[in-house]
Design a protein around this ligand. Structure first.
Ligand code: ATP
Length: 255
């Protein structure tokens, strides 16, 4: 028992809740590749020191929105017991001089303090577009790319940190980011196949009491072009409509 007064300080640890690979449908290859790339650098950095090589630092996830890039990054962090830091790139762009760079530095500093850590930068194209095509008023982006490069280059001194970044426009990124020692590994996420859609529906409906007449295979066949986020929404909407039907048939009381 405790008492919350105006002097109470509540702190929430930076580690993610248990997110398991089993909660991701249809991305077995991506899971295996990313796990292999990050598990050793995060868990056994001493092996790289023994071999005299630098550990991989950056992985670029490419693919359309809603295909599970964030989900996978979080799950890898959870599995390797690394702290997880999420940066939504468009949100840190600030017009105030130096603020965006400071925001980036703050996250990398926090990650260094809590290492092993995964830093995930979503929509990285927003803060790191090709510098050669930037007009004069895009000075913020220019400075942020430079800051990000500095932070990436400084990583091996800082300890067990892996940076993952996601984009659906890899060609719009500044090429300097994709050089060796930076985001030099890439993992592609594609819209799910029929079998993948079945697996994703299975994940989102595993706890639902399904009517025996529900044919997930047929739903997967009818949902060509749906990504994981769409299929999660299908499962949620189905559950909500079952709930409202059951409330209505119980005359206002949920069964
Ligand atoms: P964005 O670029 O918009 O951030 P994203 O690729 O990072 O997209 P997520 O945020 O990982 O997509 O996915 C959104 C939600 O969609 C997840 O929280 C999850 O519920 C569902 N989802 C997406 N892909 C999968 C998948 N492969 N298996 C199970 N659920 C998925």
């Amino acid at each position: 028992a405790g008492l919350f007064t105006d002097k109470a300080v509540i702190s929430i640890a930076g580690r993610p809740t248990a997110l398991q690979y089993e909660g991701i449908g249809g991305l077995d290859d991506q899971i295996a590749r990313v796990h292999e790339m990050v598990a050793t650098p995060l868990e056994r950095p001493d092996l790289f020191a023994r071999l005299g090589i630098s550990a991989p630092r950056g992985i670029l996830f490419t693919g359309p929105p809603g295909t599970g890039k964030t989900l996978l990054a979080r799950a890898v962090a959870a599995r390797t017991e690394a702290a997880f830091f999420h940066i939504n790139a468009p949100e840190i762009l600030s017009k105030h001089y130096g603020d965006s760079e400071a925001a980036l530095r703050k996250v990398f500093d926090a990650a260094a303090r809590q290492a092993p850590a995964v830093v995930f930068i979503d929509e990285i194209d927003a803060i790191a577009p090709r510098r050669d095509g930037l007009s004069g008023e895009k000075q913020v982006e220019r400075r942020v790319v430079a800051q990000l490069l500095t932070l990436l280059d400084g990583l091996s001194d800082r300890g067990r940190i892996v940076v993952m970044a996601a984009t659906n426009m890899p060609d719009a990124l500044d090429p300097a980011l994709r050089r060796p020692g930076r985001f030099d590994r890439e993992v592609t996420f594609r819209p799910p196949s029929h079998a993948d859609r079945c697996a994703i529906l299975g994940v989102h409906l595993h706890a639902a009491p399904l009517d025996p007449g529900v044919d997930l295979d047929a739903i997967a066949a009818a949902s060509h072009g749906y990504v994981g986020a769409d299929l999660a929404a299908v499962a949620r909407e189905a559950a909500l409509s079952a709930l409202s039907r059951s409330v209505a048939s119980a005359g206002g009381e949920a069964q």
